[in-house]
Design a protein around this ligand. Structure first.
Ligand SMILES: Cc1ncc(COP(=O)(O)O)c(C=O)c1O
Length: 306
């Protein structure tokens, strides 16, 4: 028996009993939206803290709007339940938090708006350290799978079913010997990584794909933009990126809640810069690590302490 809890159907239950019916709409059609949030142990105060929780729940509500999901609870209540679950699970190290709003009725037919049907909210946590190895630099390939389009399954919403696209791209990348992949839009521009946003450094300027390039509007992307501008005085451009800009970049790195900041040292077997982890990537990785662990007092508003 697990000693861990989850939140399901309006109550905290043992993780072992947190199961759903096989006829659940969200399982049949992928009609669910989720967030990936991380909590960390703060060394200075000896407590857990959730990083940018408010922004994650704001995005979850936006995903609900796109998918016509009616969450039974608001963002503030989701936040309170998250804190309570971390307490109950006695989390004491890096923890991944997965809230989901899903179509909960047992119904055949992929229609989103049906009267008297139920959408529900659930939540669980898992310990997570090192989703990707961020120390040595990643070998990345451009995937032959294209990113989902805003007019097909919007990347702006974190839709469960959309992660089939991620899984195809990431798996085929692994099987070809890459640590991860970059996916292109249907127009052939760089969208993002399999489940992370991408930054390039060219001539001391940070470049990242604009939010109209079928990317998830990443919260870590926003964190890195703020740290780069405010702490390192760098300028940032958000614009369409050509595939071959990957090959001529001085530095490159992925960012995401699970990924944190992972430097990239090659694209399609061509070294990025001198093939070593770059100095701007290293500085930003260290700043990010300090921010999530509460070591940058000027960003304490990003932390929700447990
Ligand atoms: C497709 C995709 N892009 C980007 C990201 C990074 O977003 P965030 O920094 O908000 O975790 C994620 C991670 O959840 C993702 O799944």
């Amino acid at each position: 028996m697990s000693d861990q809890y989850a939140y399901l159907r309006g109550e905290f239950v043992s993780l072992d009993n947190a199961t759903i019916n096989i006829r659940t709409h969200g399982f049949l059609y992928g009609t669910a939206v989720f967030e990936g949030i991380k909590a960390y142990w703060l060394p200075e105060t000896g407590q857990m803290s959730v990083f940018r929780m408010v922004e994650h729940y704001k995005r979850l509500i936006q995903s609900c709007r796109i998918l016509r999901l009616r969450s039974p609870i608001d963002a503030e209540t989701m936040g309170n339940l998250t804190i309570e679950l971390i307490r109950r699970n006695q989390c004491q190290g890096p923890t991944y938090i997965r809230p989901i709003v899903y179509k909960a009725d047992l119904r055949i037919g992929p229609i989103l708006t049906v009267e008297n049907t139920k959408d529900d909210f659930c939540l669980f946590t898992v310990p997570m350290d090192g989703y990707l190895d961020t120390s040595k630099g990643l070998k990345v390939g451009v995937s032959s799978w294209r990113r989902l389009d805003d007019n097909a399954i919007p990347a702006r919403a974190k839709v469960n079913g959309a992660y089939v696209n991620t899984a195809l791209a990431k798996t085929d990348g692994y099987l070809s010997g890459f640590d991860d992949v970059v996916v292109l839009t249907n127009e052939g521009h760089v969208a993002e990584g399999s489940a992370m946003n991408l930054f390039l450094v060219r001539d001391n300027q940070l470049i990242t794909s604009s939010i109209t390039e079928n990317i998830l509007e990443g919260i870590t992307r926003d964190t890195i933009i703020q740290l780069a501008q405010q702490e390192l005085g760098l300028s940032i451009v958000s614009r369409p990126i050509d595939r071959t800009e990957l090959y001529v970049a001085d530095e490159a790195f992925f960012v995401g809640t699970a990924t944190e900041l992972a430097p990239i040292t090659s694209f399609d077997n061509r070294p990025v810069g001198d093939g070593k982890v770059g100095t701007i990537s290293t500085k930003l990785r260290d700043l990010y690590s300090k921010a999530i662990h509460g070591l940058l007092p000027q960003y304490s508003h990003w932390l929700t302490k447990v």
